[in-house]
Design a protein around this ligand. Structure first.
Ligand SMILES: [Zn+2]
Length: 181
């Protein structure tokens, strides 16, 4: 009973550390203790895997949210989200992050790529070179089907509204409202 109680206290601590580590708030020493526990405790190791796959999803989403807010704030028309384009030669559908079909522009926010190495998503099975090649092929496919121009940005570029503004203007998207700030 005593031993069981101690074990659950350790697991409880481990689980709070798992969340802290996802936010880079754990010291090196605590990381080492945590890893030692995860090596011995299957339940906590499974918990850690769940947390990191959830974090991957959450980290990918804020870039899209930030981008949507910026696009609106800058005075561009509201985009359609996750627009489906059927790729040629049976390569399956592509879902575009942002699209303005009436303006012939689509946009991709590249936030997920940085985290593909964490071993959770299918990207982990592809090398960085393969990811770049697949992205290029996807972009070419979308262009050949839609004839739309592509604007592509990452986290820093979305954060810096001026950069995102330039990217979208160069792709041919018009400003339809005055900037909000
Ligand atoms: Zn445990």
């Amino acid at each position: 009973m005593e031993a069981h109680h101690l074990q659950s206290a350790i697991c409880e601590r481990a689980r709070s550390w798992i969340s802290l580590r996802e936010d880079d708030e754990l010291s090196e020493f605590e990381c080492a203790l945590l890893d030692a526990h995860l090596a011995r405790c299957a339940a906590c190791a499974e918990f850690a895997a769940d947390v990191s796959s959830t974090t991957l999803t959450l980290r990918a989403q804020p870039l899209e949210t930030l981008s949507r807010l910026r696009i609106e704030e800058l005075g561009f028309p509201p985009p359609e989200l996750q627009v489906r384009v059927d790729r040629p030669r049976g390569r399956g559908p592509a879902f575009l992050d942002f699209a303005w079909p009436e303006h012939g522009v689509w946009g991709e926010a590249d936030g997920g790529g940085k985290y593909l190495g964490s071993g959770v998503v299918e990207g982990a099975r592809r090398s960085p070179a393969e990811i770049v090649r697949d992205e290029k092929e996807r972009e070419n496919d979308v262009r050949s089907v839609t004839k739309w121009a592509c604007g592509r940005w990452d986290w820093d570029e979305a954060w810096n509204g001026g950069v995102l503004r330039g990217i979208l203007l160069r792709a041919g998207l018009p400003l339809v409202a005055s900037p909000r700030r």
